[in-house]
Design a protein around this ligand. Structure first.
Ligand code: HEC
Length: 139
């Protein structure tokens, strides 16, 4: 939990610094593409679904990545926080093994699963761009 708080705080500070330059966007602005979410699902099915369930609904091995669980952890956080969590902390038994592109694609899959709309372009792997997008749970 302590390590998590440090990560959240660090990402928040970086996000604030990045956000000072551009007006923040939110996950309601179509920040990933459907093709990207499909690519993310393929990687998710391979490395994550064993613990988080094939429908993101969780299992005895890991929490759901949907709904109130997702909102509690990632609500009002930048998308960068979600991607960094996936990249640095998951999969539990082999953290920091995914590429930035894979972690970003999986984040797109999770955003789609939580009902945020797709758009014309992929979510960029660029940290500053991700830090400018807020996970607003309600539109
Ligand atoms: C071996 C089981 C396991 C695997 C495989 C695994 N996770 Fe997890 N995951 C967990 C557990 C347990 C937690 C809760 C503890 C924690 O937050 O560190 C968690 C937490 C999370 C969270 C935060 C959820 C929240 O609401 O706090 C996310 C997001 C996540 N995992 C994504 C992934 C992704 C993406 C992958 C695949 C790359 C993955 N996990 C693979 C077990 C797993």
């Amino acid at each position: 939990m302590a390590a998590r708080s440090v990560l959240v705080f660090t990402v928040f500070m970086l996000a604030s610094a990045a956000g000072a330059q551009n007006a923040p966007k939110s996950v309601w602005d179509g920040v990933y593409s459907l093709e990207q979410a499909d690519r993310g699902k393929a990687t998710y099915d391979r490395f994550c679904s064993v613990c988080h369930g094939s429908g993101l609904t969780g299992s005895p091995g890991g929490p759901p990545l949907l709904g109130s669980d997702f909102a509690y952890t990632f609500g009002d956080q930048p998308v960068a926080e979600l991607v960094q969590f996936i990249k640095l902390r998951m999969p539990v038994e082999n953290p920091d093994s995914l590429s930035p592109q894979q972690a970003t694609n999986i984040a797109a899959h999770i955003l789609r699963g939580n009902g945020f709309p797709a758009g014309p372009k992929d979510l960029s792997t660029d940290f500053d761009a991700q830090a400018d997008i807020v996970i607003k749970i309600k539109q």
